[in-house]
Design a protein around this ligand. Sequence first.
Ligand SMILES: C[S@@+](CC[C@H](N)C(=O)[O-])C[C@H]1O[C@@H](n2cnc3c(N)ncnc32)[C@H](O)[C@@H]1O
Length: 241
Amino acid sequence: MNDWTTSHERVLVQRHAEGWMFLIEAARDLRTTGALAPSSKALARALTEPVRVQAPRPLAVLEAGAGTGAVTRTLIPQLSRGSRLDIVEANPRFARQLRHLVAAHPTLASRPAQVNVHQTYVEDLDTDERYDVIVSGLPLTNFTPVQVERIMSSYMALLHPGGTLTYFAYLGTRKARALTASRTEAHRHAAVDEVMAAYQRSYATGRWTVWANLPPANVWHLQRPHTAPRDPQHAADGVKR
Ligand SMILES: C[S@@+](CC[C@H](N)C(=O)[O-])C[C@H]1O[C@@H](n2cnc3c(N)ncnc32)[C@H](O)[C@@H]1O
């Protein structure tokens, strides 16, 4: 067996273990975990595109809701020397796994960047740092409209003017919920969609569909304006597709 085979096998075993870990956490708390499996490579690449396009500039990046690190693993090799990455994860077992991932990541040994894992809810993150890019993996459609407004407004406040927020939303969840969930749940989901639509009308710079993910997802890029942000409730800009 050569070195490539053994390292390839190690990666497969690790991904398999992470898949199980994700499933166990989803069984524990599906609302917060938000999915049954980690994101695909295609989704991770679409989410991290704003980091790629700004390299080789050193960037301050925040990843919220990193889970087992499916997106983190794609993100780290794209960071230029001198960049900073803050990873925020609410689930303590995922946070522990992320600390292992960061400590063992080969790119960070050869190209040092400042990477920290914070085990907290992103809306409670206590920092004076401002970010060039925020990559959000949060399952926003599982939350209340009030929580979503709080999270979105804190994302906008945490971005530098001109900074980009990137996040995903699974396709078809609202229809599925309307068919299977209670009326109250369907109303909650519709109200969250309204909050998100207001932010999209104000700040979206792009939306892409990633089919190579289970389930497929839309990736949104939102940009904090260079001038004072408008109230998203009253904005009516078109969205570039
Ligand atoms: C859908 S998973 C995404 C995981 C990973 N980014 C991926 O794409 O595979 C959502 C993650 O967000 C975390 N999470 C949920 N609410 C959070 C919050 N308010 N603050 C920080 N993390 C949160 C969950 O524990 C979970 O790991």
